[in-house]
Design a protein. Structure first.
Length: 438
């Protein structure tokens, strides 16, 4: 831009006759004249002189400059500019454009930092520690153990062990749903050790743990799968509300995590909620599912599910069933039909019949096991809803009477709230003693 302006100066009065040679001192004044023209801020107003006089003086300098240029007509403007450019450019100071809106960046010296740049340190957050299985079991049976402990302590306060005390103890244990057989075993053992002596609540709890463990140890078994059968069929039965569908979902999660290919069959065709719930569990666990419309024949669905599972090479097929009341003959007959249909497809099917039991039902659970065992051939039990019940001792009574394997127990609704049954852990949780298992 500056060079263009100089170019115009060179061509100013170009067509006029050449003037006489410039005075020698004109060349010395060239830089000052150019600087004054290009950088007008150089005007000197310090002495408050008349601006018009200064402009006149500048005009005279320009006239002398033009006279110097015109003295050499042979030189074209472009050539003159190229010759003078190095001398001119040293007086031109490039000015960066300034954005009036942009904030001025402030840079602190070394050794300083801005408080605005400080990243606040996060508050330490304690990660929520998931309770161990035995902790959840103990909490689930807390009401059962608390009730037993308080009654036993009250019974043996300032009393020696005699016949009346032993009878009172048996009644107390039976009322706690431990069953007649277990209550008698505990009383007999206590009598043999402490008869005629002072007895504390700790003595009774210790003996109770030992006798309950003896009853439960033979039934605490793992669920055996015969994977030579494809699929291994597990039929899940039980009364409405005992947690069948949820238990199926938890079983599917365990099996799928181990790498087995699992299929679910929504055989509870009498409840739309049960079908929807099983679909949710299938999605959560990555299992396949076969279902049908509400009110359809459950035996037909079992047949279809088995054929699909066999054709696709599934390892395990878990079939849900409607929650049938054991006193409804027609409904129990339909359960028998499912068993017969599966038997035609595979003489050994169903390979496992699991019955879910609700711990809160107490003595009713004893009758349920007997009826379902006769109708469907129950081969093992899963006890659910142990959390928060005061009737957890019913599992001891059932085990003592029916001696069926207890595969799993459930404490809570979470996907991992189903664990293999351990006799000693259960006995210690009921008695309120700390677990001795490592």
């Amino acid at each position: 831009m500056a060079l263009g302006f100089i170019k115009k100066i060179f061509s100013f009065r170009k067509d006029e006759p050449a003037a006489s040679a410039a005075a020698p001192e004109a060349e010395d004044d060239l830089p000052e004249a150019i600087e004054t023209l290009i950088v007008p801020d150089k005007l000197d107003h310090e002495d408050d002189e008349d601006p018009l006089a200064e402009l006149a003086a500048q005009a005279e300098s320009v006239a002398e400059f033009e006279h110097t240029i015109d003295a050499e007509p042979a030189a074209e403007p472009e050539e003159a500019v190229s010759l003078l450019a190095p001398e001119i450019e040293q007086y031109i100071q490039p000015v960066e454009p300034v954005d009036p809106i942009a904030p001025v960046e402030r840079v602190l010296p070394a050794g300083f930092s801005s408080a605005a740049d400080r990243t606040p340190e996060p508050l330490p957050i304690e990660p929520e520690k998931r309770r161990t299985w035995i902790e959840r079991l103990r909490q689930g049976l807390a009401r059962t153990s608390a009730q037993l402990s308080s009654q036993i302590t009250s019974l043996f306060t300032k009393r020696k062990l005699d016949e009346q005390t032993l009878q009172d103890l048996e009644d107390l244990l039976i009322q706690a749903d431990l069953g007649v057989e277990t209550a008698m075993r505990i009383a007999d053992t206590l009598s043999s050790e402490r008869y005629g002596k002072d007895v504390s609540g700790e003595d009774v709890s210790r003996i109770m743990v030992g006798e309950i463990t003896k009853v439960l140890t033979p039934v605490a078994k793992p669920l055996e799968l015969d994977l030579a059968h494809k699929p291994h069929v597990i039929l899940v039965v039980g009364v409405n509300g005992t947690g069948k569908t949820t238990t199926i979902g938890k079983l599917a999660a365990k099996l799928s995590r181990s790498g087995l290919k699992v299929m679910l069959a929504a055989g509870d065709t009498f409840r739309a909620a049960a079908i929807e719930q099983l679909h949710i569990w299938a999605e959560r666990t990555g299992a396949d599912i076969v279902s049908t419309k509400l009110g359809a024949d459950a035996a037909g669905l079992a047949y279809e599910a088995y054929e699909k599972a066999r054709a696709s090479g599934h390892d395990v097929l878990i079939i849900d069933t409607a929650g049938r009341l054991q006193n409804k003959t027609e409904l129990m007959a339909e359960l028998e039909k499912i068993v017969r249909v599966l038997g035609r497809l595979d003489p050994d099917a169903p390979h496992t019949v699991l019955q879910t039991l609700d711990a809160t039902t107490g003595q009713n659970a004893l009758n349920q096991v007997e009826i379902f065992r006769n109708i469907a051939g129950v081969s093992g039990l899963i006890m659910t809803k142990l959390d928060g019940t005061a009737r957890g001792g019913i599992l001891v009574a059932i085990s003592a009477k029916h001696k069926l394997p207890v595969y799993f127990i459930g404490v809570g609704e979470g996907i991992d709230d189903l664990e293999p049954f351990n006799a000693q852990d259960f006995a210690e949780a009921i008695a309120g003693l700390q677990s001795t298992n490592k």
